[in-house]
Design a protein around this ligand. Sequence first.
Ligand code: COA
Length: 325
Amino acid sequence: MKEPWEMRRASLHDRDALAALCEAAVAPDDYVIDRLEDLILLGVVQIALDGERIVGMMHYAPAIDGSGWLRAARTHPDYQRRGVATALLGSFVGLGARSGVRALRLWSSAANVAGSASANASGFREVARFSRMKRKTVKGSDRGARISFTTELVQEILESPILRRAGGYVPYDRAFIALTPATIHLLANSGALYRVAGGVVVLSPRPEREAETSQDFGLAAGDPAKVLGGIAAARVRGVESVEVYLPFDRSVLDAAARAGFEPESWGQEAVLFERTLDVRPVSYRQRRTYAEIAAGKREGYAALGLLAGKHDHAPGGPHEDRWNR
Ligand SMILES: CC(C)(COP(=O)(O)OP(=O)(O)OC[C@H]1O[C@@H](n2cnc3c(N)ncnc32)[C@H](O)[C@@H]1OP(=O)(O)O)[C@@H](O)C(=O)NCCC(=O)NCCS
């Protein structure tokens, strides 16, 4: 039987306890440990508790397309298979539905049985598969040009075979987002869309405070072989390497290999899961406004007047002249 887990939002005070949880659930070198402060401050780290003890965690952050991105699911081994991840996912389903989020997404490695099974058990469905590849950049002439929004651009992207192979999703800002006309508009306005070797790439923002020399990107349109070759030759703004999630598709991955890309040590078969949410209309408890209370008083005094036998709505009560003139 699944237990009802107590949950709350984590704060920076929980950092050490969360690091210990990651160490127990994954390994002492779990990449999440170094990012805990960022996760706590940027988005919501929800934790499940057994008394004072933190037994599970999960992170939620809003993505640019209005979806919610989930990551860093960790349940202490002593507490696995007792519904902790299910409860945490459920809390984000509720939060998302109440705040107008239409979909929650996460990815899990195809080899991670527990990760994929727990997503499935909570109503998430596979929508696409990706493979993480990277390569060092070289100095080249094609720096890529920023593109602005046009209806032709929307058509080019939405009809592109590479996007179809990716199920309509691209990686952006550490999440996967669905490319729709609205999202393309937002990305263009954020300066994230570049024309490279005849195709369209989506460049993720690079956090300024991190001394990262690597640029994350995704392919939105164009011939993968040409675009990947082009971006590798675009050493701009101190970018020493480029990293991408490509559709898990033999021909695309072969083209990437020919363009000098190599598989990353993780994310070689990343399954993207999605759960769409029924957005509920927000309902608030109805409290009467002062105007309504005043109107109520009016009715009340008029009623008193009626009770007193005055059927002409003439002033009758103590404050009648104020309300019923
Ligand atoms: C993945 C993880 C967070 C799941 O947490 P959990 O609290 O044990 O999950 P739940 O108890 O809510 O599991 C819900 C359902 O998922 C499925 N499931 C979870 N773990 C499973 C496993 N090891 N094997 C098969 N199915 C599993 C089951 O259907 C389970 O329901 P059941 O126990 O009634 O059969 C946990 O295993 C973990 O911390 N793993 C290490 C870190 C990691 O891989 N994170 C995921 C990154 S996407």
